[in-house]
Design a protein around this ligand. Structure first.
Ligand code: T4K
Length: 375
């Protein structure tokens, strides 16, 4: 029997709540004619997310990229920032848009997150902050990063765009560092169509973030910063409230898919899967595998193409490395050979489809394809 799918299976597919339930919110928004600018759904979602995520303060944004830009403005970060090359381009773009020089440091082989043991060598008098990413939702070495930041007087802004509800020994990962930035894009575990947030730990910081995302307004006629427009609107916020009802269920389904992939692929020679980390509650945002060309007998790119031929559209997140894009490749820290672990991982990684509506039979079929091709 052919393992080819009739319809394309994409790397992800957004979770959507029942349309009837969303229509009730839309009806109310239409009647109220209150569409944006800190409306009632916006306020309600901030409160609901604080409770759900176990954080003190959250400011909603229209997307994660604007939240990253604003987080850097909030802490007045300048000069150089140490960051990872293994992420979505938005992480580094946010530095560039703030006129900050990104300094790339290599990643760990087990988590693919910024390697704390390599950071100190990259610190200069111009370094003001670290911008690590909890890539695929797997938490960074938060304690070690904090020790480095404390020692050298640096801020930490976590790009937490892949994490939702992730905890380390019961502590929300969002509570580490100075600020954490989230994305609620359509492709994320929790989506508000587009959307984002900054998590912070005190009321004064939240107040200022809220000024910054609203043109710097601190009252009808008072502007206290050169702010931007990055507000989440009421339709997005209503979607967020509704999505919260279903997100636990969605994460459970993702967890079951991840377990099935792991079981099916663990014994395949040349394929590496990542396991859950001890003490961590995961959100299963992505399912990366690493393909060892020699042992598996086929390169990652060949497998990627082979799966596509069977209508399975995995994605090479994150290939190329951010440091390999022409925009950044002339930087000293981006030179070939400087980031050996990241350079290897980016050639071997392939993210397999994972989303709540993905049928378990489809998962089995994808496992079979990786195991044997179209037998
Ligand atoms: N930091 C990190 C670490 C991030 O990963 C991201 C975003 C950001 C910052 C910035 O946050 P935002 O400003 O986006 O809130 C996608 C997403 O567009 C992007 O949000 C995400 N990271 C990145 C990892 O993935 P692409 O270029 O892969 O998107 P695209 O359009 O190819 O979609 C991916 C798959 O999802 C396709 O197979 C189609 C499917 N899809 C997509 C959309 C938009 C759907 O089925 N429905 C949809 O509505 O970047």
């Amino acid at each position: 029997m052919s393992n080819t799918f009739e319809k394309p299976i994409l790397v992800t597919s957004p979770h959507l709540p029942p349309l009837e339930e969303f229509q009730e919110y839309l009806q109310d928004i239409w009647e109220s004619k209150w569409l944006t600018n800190n409306g009632k759904y916006h306020r309600a979602l901030e409160q609901a997310l604080c409770e759900y995520l176990g954080v003190k303060y959250i400011s909603l944004f229209s997307n994660g990229t604007l939240a990253l830009l604003t987080a850097l403005q909030m802490l007045r970060i300048t000069g150089e920032v140490i960051t990872t090359p293994f992420s979505f381009v938005a992480t580094t773009h946010a530095l560039w848009w703030n006129n900050i020089k990104p300094v790339f440091v290599d990643i760990e082989d087990q988590t693919f997150n910024l390697d704390p043991s390599k950071i100190e060598a990259a610190i200069t008098p111009k370094t003001t902050a670290l911008m690590p990413v909890h890539v695929y939702g797997n938490p960074c070495a938060v304690q070690q990063l904090q020790e480095i930041a404390d020692t050298y007087g640096l801020k930490i802004i976590y790009d937490a765009c892949h994490t939702f509800g992730v905890t380390i020994n019961g502590i929300p990962v969002l509570n580490f560092g100075d600020l954490s930035v989230m994305s609620f894009h359509a492709t994320k575990v929790y989506n508000t169509f587009e959307g984002g947030a900054i998590v912070c730990h005190d009321a004064a910081t939240k107040k200022r973030i809220d000024y910054l995302k609203n043109f710097g307004f601190a009252g009808e006629t008072k502007v206290v910063a050169p702010g931007i427009n990055a507000k989440m609107n009421e339709v997005q916020a209503a979607m967020g409230l509704l999505q919260l009802k279903y997100v636990d269920q969605a994460i459970e389904k993702r967890k079951a898919i991840a377990a099935a992939y792991r079981e099916g692929l663990r014994q395949v020679a040349g394929i590496r899967v990542l396991d859950d980390m001890p003490g961590v509650k995961h959100c299963y945002a992505y399912f990366p595998i690493l393909v060892d060309k020699v042992v598996y007998g086929m390169s990652r790119d060949a497998l990627y193409e082979e799966l596509k031929r069977h209508n399975v559209f995995g994605r090479r997140y994150f290939y190329p490395l951010i440091s390999q894009f022409p925009t950044y490749s002339a930087l000293e820290s981006a030179r070939p050979g400087k980031l050996p672990v990241a350079e290897k991982v980016t050639e071997e990684v392939l993210c397999l489809p994972i989303y709540p509506d993905l049928d378990m039979r489809a998962v089995t079929q994808i496992v079979e394809l990786v195991k044997n091709g179209d037998a």
